[in-house]
Design a protein around this ligand. Structure first.
Ligand SMILES: Nc1ncnc2c1ncn2[C@@H]1O[C@H](COP(=O)(O)OP(=O)(O)O)[C@@H](O)[C@H]1O
Ligand SMILES: C[C@@](O)(CCOP(=O)(O)O)CC(=O)O
Ligand SMILES: [Mg+2]
Length: 378
């Protein structure tokens, strides 16, 4: 039997980092996906006592015997419960780290270990110690602010939950999950994100699961209906960074300067709420006026992100370059490198700015905003 799932990456239009501290943020799905295929062997097949993970886009394969997994990951039948998401304890995470060490992950790929830990934990917790080959393929750049970690957690959980859905609709292409399964999927994916981000807000897994555009605050999800065209240029600075470390850095700054940082987080909250209101507004305001307001809000949000300490020289270079073309940019995701968003007001011709950015070694692309969330296929 084979099940497939896919989940999109995301951009954060306003509110990253502050959202971890209870502020509002606005995010949208983009049309770049992580795909997960699970193949269960026949009972009679050889090798039906192993769990194999193939990371297709990076040409790596890992394999564990089920006995080894059972030995390392604490298990009793009462803790295996697909319908009650639970957190991975530090102790279990340490045992899982040993399972990964045994696979001799190349040193330059060590950044993958948190993703593989998440895989092992979600897999064994949701469907137990069952033999399979899991193939993962991602269109998203890793660690660049486009939510590859959440897309992995959401797509994997969707495939795991789908494997136990009884009324499978074979051959009908991609289909969405029902509301109950979506909610369950989102909770599990959040538990997975915890392993990768340390202290996630939950916005990335939520927008990847539900798709479209959302306003998110302390776990509360409001689905937004955009009433204006919204085009963004995405520029990847190609500077690698780690969300967990950046999130922890902002929290440490908040401990050192609680009043100042609370004011920063409150300002971001207002920016996100105003942005969401403009995007949804059906009033008479012209698109040009709305775009002017969004530009100003993005500029203010970037200033506040800089004051949180998550900007980077490469991000500043992108911002300065786009300013020369009268365009406004802000970082998206955790910052520290990664991707930058540039608003493209109606009628903007991007050729010249793209040429200048790419000649500095950056990679530019546009993605369609606000599309599908998690989907499954049999
Ligand atoms: N397809 C994947 N396979 C394995 N690990 C992945 C995959 N996608 C993401 N990850 C994990 O997520 C990490 C990147 O997450 P993060 O630092 O949050 O950045 P982002 O979510 O913006 O890409 C990677 O270092 C890796 O551990
Ligand atoms: C910085 C943060 O707001 C978003 C991180 O996104 P990404 O992992 O950089 O794609 C963290 C979070 O909300 O969990
Ligand atoms: Mg992430």
């Amino acid at each position: 039997m084979e099940v497939k799932a896919r989940a999109p990456g995301k951009i954060i239009l306003a509110g990253e980092h502050a959202v971890v501290h209870g502020s509002t943020a606005v995010a949208a799905a983009i049309d770049l996906y992580t795909y997960v295929t699970i193949r269960f062997p026949l009972q009679s097949a050889e090798n039906n006592d192993r769990l194999t993970l193939q990371l297709k886009d990076i040409s790596l394969e890992f394999s564990w015997s089920l006995d080894r997994l059972k030995e390392a990951i604490p298990y009793d039948s009462s803790t295996l419960c697909r319908s009650t998401p639970s957190s991975c304890s530090d102790e279990t995470l340490k045992s899982i780290a040993v399972l990964i060490e045994e696979q001799n992950l190349p040193k330059e790929k060590i950044w993958l270990s948190s993703g593989i830990s998440t895989f092992l934990w979600l897999y064994t917790r949701i469907i137990g110690f069952k033999s399979a080959t899991v193939v993962i393929n991602s269109e998203l750049p890793y660690g660049s602010g486009l939510g590859s970690s959440a897309a992995l957690c959401v797509a994997l959980t969707a495939a795991l939950l789908a494997s136990s859905i009884s009324n499978k609709n074979h051959g009908n292409g991609w289909s969405s999950l029902d509301e109950t399964n979506l909610e369950l999927l989102n909770k599990w994916a959040f538990e997975g994100e915890k392993i990768i981000h340390g202290k996630p807000s939950g916005i990335d897994n939520t927008v990847s699961a539900y798709g479209n555009m959302i306003k998110f605050c302390s776990g509360e999800i409001i689905r937004l209906q955009s009433n204006m065209p919204l085009r963004m240029l995405i520029t990847n600075t190609r500077v690698g960074r780690n969300t967990k470390a950046l999130v922890a850095g902002v929290s440490q700054r908040a401990v050192r300067h609680p009043d100042a940082m609370n004011s920063v987080f409150n300002a971001v909250d207002s920016i996100s709420k105003e942005l969401a209101a403009i995007i949804q507004s059906k009033d008479e305001t012209s698109v040009t006026e709305k775009e002017e307001s969004i530009k100003e809000l993005m500029e203010m949000n970037q200033g506040l992100l800089q004051s949180m300490g998550v900007s980077h020289g490469s991000i500043e270079t992108v911002i300065q370059t786009t300013v020369k073309h009268k365009l406004v940019s802000k970082l998206t995701g955790a910052g520290g490198g990664g991707c930058v968003l540039t608003l493209l007001p109606t009628g903007t011709v991007v050729d010249k700015v793209v040429e200048e950015l790419e000649s500095s070694g950056f990679q530019c692309f546009t993605a369609s905003i606000g599309g599908n969330g998690a989907q499954i296929c049999f």
